[in-house]
Write a protein that binds this ligand. Structure first.
Ligand code: ATP
Ligand code: LTN
Length: 327
């Protein structure tokens, strides 16, 4: 069966961008593939974070995975830090990726630009190395992610090519799968910037109450001209709202544009807010129930057991291939 792997790092409250670009797609694979879906908590340590916040964010992501419809009988859901093989494989594969390559990564450049040189941790620089280890460990065929992560998956492909060339075909070649609509949801206050949980201006958070979500949609920055048309360059704000609507409704951007052709901005925004209610209110209810019941704990424990079994096998294979003495 096809293997799927993806994760989200618990660096802050999840946004609508995380939901539309990544989270909402994971369940689509569980009937005909084998999804491994994890909480990238080691990755969350690459920037300073309070211990209590990290713990709460990790729990929230587990609950969001379940609330999104992932079924723990079909998908393996686990914490990255609960599977030691991630760190072990990281220690091996870091020798096959190069400083020049890592320095070119957009995410590193963006995050490092906000820090003093002396405050840039080694983990932030080496972030894509650990991410490559995550992917390789489960022999993933496909990695569903938002657009901003595809560069990291490309680098992982480069690593696989390199190691397979050197040691024979020991690793599966993964590929990034980016959604056709909604791979890059933009900030509602500045549609030239990605909606991002670490830069919360213009974000909709999955834990916002419905009133707050509506207010943010109604106040979203729009563009010149009174009515809805599809024009990503001249009307980036409207384009973003059309993308949000289309993704939540499961239709194409063209269909959404057709549906709102000639609508005034206010009426269109109201329809987007209504659609958001329709999807988010039941989602939030499921999340509350899962957190309340604590059922995510057992899911994570069982998931880690299953993940360890699979990951250990790949780790052995790589250890043997590179010449470590396995006894
Ligand atoms: P941070 O701000 O901490 O860097 P983030 O909000 O960019 O975080 P990640 O944890 O890096 O979120 O991403 C989790 C998943 O959500 C990834 O697959 C990523 O590509 C996707 N994603 C993040 N932001 C967006 C967005 N604005 N639109 C679509 N997908 C997104
Ligand atoms: N970098 C990802 C999280 C992540 C990931 C992965 C995604 C860590 N390891 C492996 C897919 C595959 C992010 O969401 N920023």
């Amino acid at each position: 069966m096809k293997r799927i792997l993806s994760g989200i790092k618990p660096t802050g409250q999840l946004t609508l961008g995380n939901y539309i670009g990544a989270l909402s797609h994971f369940k689509e694979y569980q009937d005909d593939s084998e999804p491994f879906i994890f909480i990238a908590d080691l990755h969350a340590l690459t920037l300073p974070i309070e211990p209590e916040e990290l713990r709460k964010n990790s729990r929230d992501i587990a609950a969001f995975y379940l609330a999104s419809g992932l079924d723990p009988k079909k998908a393996t859901i686990f914490l990255q830090s609960a599977v030691p093989a991630h760190a072990e494989l990281n220690a091996i594969v870091q020798n096959y990726l190069y400083m020049g390559e890592l320095r070119r990564m957009t995410q590193f450049k963006d995050k490092a630009a906000k820090l003093k040189e002396t405050a840039i941790g080694l983990g932030l620089f080496a972030y894509p190395v650990l991410m490559a280890a995550d992917i390789i460990l489960y022999d993933a065929d496909e990695v569903p992610v938002g657009e901003d992560q595809s560069q990291h998956v490309e680098l992982c492909r480069e690593l696989v090519k390199r190691m397979n060339h050197r040691y024979g075909d020991i690793l599966r070649m993964p590929k990034a799968v980016v959604p056709k609509v909604g791979a890059r949801i933009m900030s509602l206050t500045d549609p030239s910037k990605k909606m991002s949980k670490s830069d919360p201006k213009g974000d909709i958070f999955l834990l916002d109450d419905p009133k707050a979500m509506r207010k943010k949609i109604m106040g979203a920055k729009t563009d010149m001209g009174p009515t809805v048309t599809l024009d990503p360059l001249e009307k980036p704000g409207i384009h973003n709202l059309l993308t949000i609507y289309a993704s939540l409704d499961g239709i194409s951007l063209e269909e959404a544009t057709h549906r709102f052709d000639g609508y005034r901005y206010g009426d269109f925004k109201k329809a987007v807010a209504d659609k958001l209610d329709e999807v988010m209110i039941p989602f939030r209810k499921r999340y509350d129930e899962i957190v309340e019941s604590g059922s995510y704990r057992e899911v994570l424990r069982d998931g880690a057991k299953r993940a360890i079994e699979v990951a250990e096998k790949t780790l052995r294979r790589v250890q043997e291939a590179v010449g470590l003495l396995v006894v």
